[in-house]
Design a protein around this ligand. Structure first.
Ligand code: PLP
Length: 377
């Protein structure tokens, strides 16, 4: 055991190419986010990869979501339906605009928004639906797009965990009105900190591009068009992004192989629910997330502690919006309204999922989980 046996939940896959491109950006003296060879290249290559018309870099997944909300004109008195089981910034983006998020419960197998629970939450104030392709598994988009069309709602995809995931053969990020990506250090590809918004709508693209860069004027730069933000990605970060994008399919391939190994070797462990891959999906398995049921015989905290004692890092599932103390205290939510998300939030955790994890480490992790189940550790 000891440090040599420590297996982290995540490590980014960086090699010589990131270094080369960052040095090239420095040599060109292009270091800010206003202009630079790598910013344009990263945006052009990303939109080609996703298969959409516009891709605009920004400073994080959080600012990508906020740009989407602001450009779509989401504001006070508007309601936005949001998948409750997610990173809380999906909700914060709605709150930054002064709008009211309405939490929607999830499906028990994909852990994504349950399309059947959306329609009865729609009223005259509802403006948009935010879905999250959680842990890399695409949401079942067709029923959601159908409801959105019928009620005239925007659809925003939070793709922060799902770069390269496919829904019926199409990349996520161009299925709704705006796609929001994160390039934080543990995402499928990374720029350290960073983000991207994607869309097929020219007007929305222009608005997001303007908002992220202080709302400068077209004709007269300092006659501002909007109350803008500084949400720019720097050219140095974009250089890392260009290098990462060249190996995205290799990373996804590694992650799918890791997931297949786990699934093959853990599927007979009773009381342990594993991720699925629906017929409509290519799951990119951002994190290999599992849920403990009663038959496992041990609560999550004990299992996580035992794994940690054996050098295996794990992390708890997200706590749903409706369970967050700061929102319960404000009286915005009651806590118990999304029972499936609450169950998963209490009993889920994820295990090491880095593209750098080695075969013998996977064997050790599987073996340790089985021993934990049998009470041998
Ligand atoms: C990571 C993540 C974000 C936020 O991205 P940052 O780049 O860290 O701001 C948003 N939504 C989801 C679902 C995420 O996992």
């Amino acid at each position: 055991m000891g440090m040599e046996r420590f297996i982290p939940v995540y490590q980014p896959y960086l090699d010589h190419r990131e270094r080369e491109y960052v040095l090239a950006a420095l040599e060109r003296q292009e270091i800010s986010g206003t202009q630079g060879y790598f910013i344009r290249k990263f945006e052009e290559e990303f939109l080609k990869y996703i298969g959409c018309k516009y891709a605009i870099t920004c400073s994080s997944g959080t600012t990508a979501l906020h740009l989407a909300m602001a450009a779509l004109g989401i504001g006070e008195s508007d309601e936005v339906l949001v998948q409750t089981f997610t990173n809380m910034v999906t909700f914060f983006a709605v709150l930054y605009q002064g709008a009211k998020p309405i939490p929607i419960d999830i499906e028990p197998d994909t852990w994504n928004i349950d399309p059947d629970l959306i329609e009865h939450k729609i009223n005259k104030n509802t403006k948009a639906i935010v879905i999250v392709h959680i842990y890399g598994h695409p949401v079942d988009m067709e029923p959601i797009l159908e409801i959105a069309r019928r009620y005239g709602l925007w659809v925003i995809e939070d793709c922060a965990e799902a770069h390269g995931a496919l829904y019926k053969g199409k990349k996520v990020g161009a299925l709704g009105d705006v796609g929001c990506f994160s390039f934080y250090a543990n995402k499928i590809i990374t720029t350290g900190e960073g983000g991207m918004v994607t869309t097929n709508n020219e007007e929305i693209a222009r608005k997001m591009g303007n908002l992220k860069n202080l709302g400068f004027g077209d004709k007269s730069k300092f006659m501002h068009q909007n109350i803008g933000f500084n949400y720019k990605l720097s050219n140095i970060q974009a250089a890392i992004g260009c290098a990462q994008l060249q190996k995205i399919e290799e990373i996804i391939d590694r992650k799918r192989r890791i997931a297949h190994y786990y699934t093959k070797n853990l599927k007979d462990v009773s009381g342990l629910q594993l991720p699925v891959e629906k017929p409509y999906a290519r799951n990119v398995y951002w994190m290999y997330h599992v849920v403990l049921h009663e038959e496992f015989g041990l609560p999550r905290e004990v299992v996580m502690r035992k794994l940690k004692g054996r050098g295996i890092e794990t992390r708890e599932a997200f706590i749903p919006y409706n369970m967050q103390d700061i929102f319960i205290q404000r009286g915005w939510v009651k806590g118990d309204e999304c029972p499936i998300a609450n169950y998963v939030g209490k009993n889920g955790f994820y295990i090491p999922s880095s593209p750098l994890v080695k075969e013998e480490q996977l064997e050790y992790i599987v073996d340790t989980i089985k021993k934990t189940r049998r009470g041998e550790v």
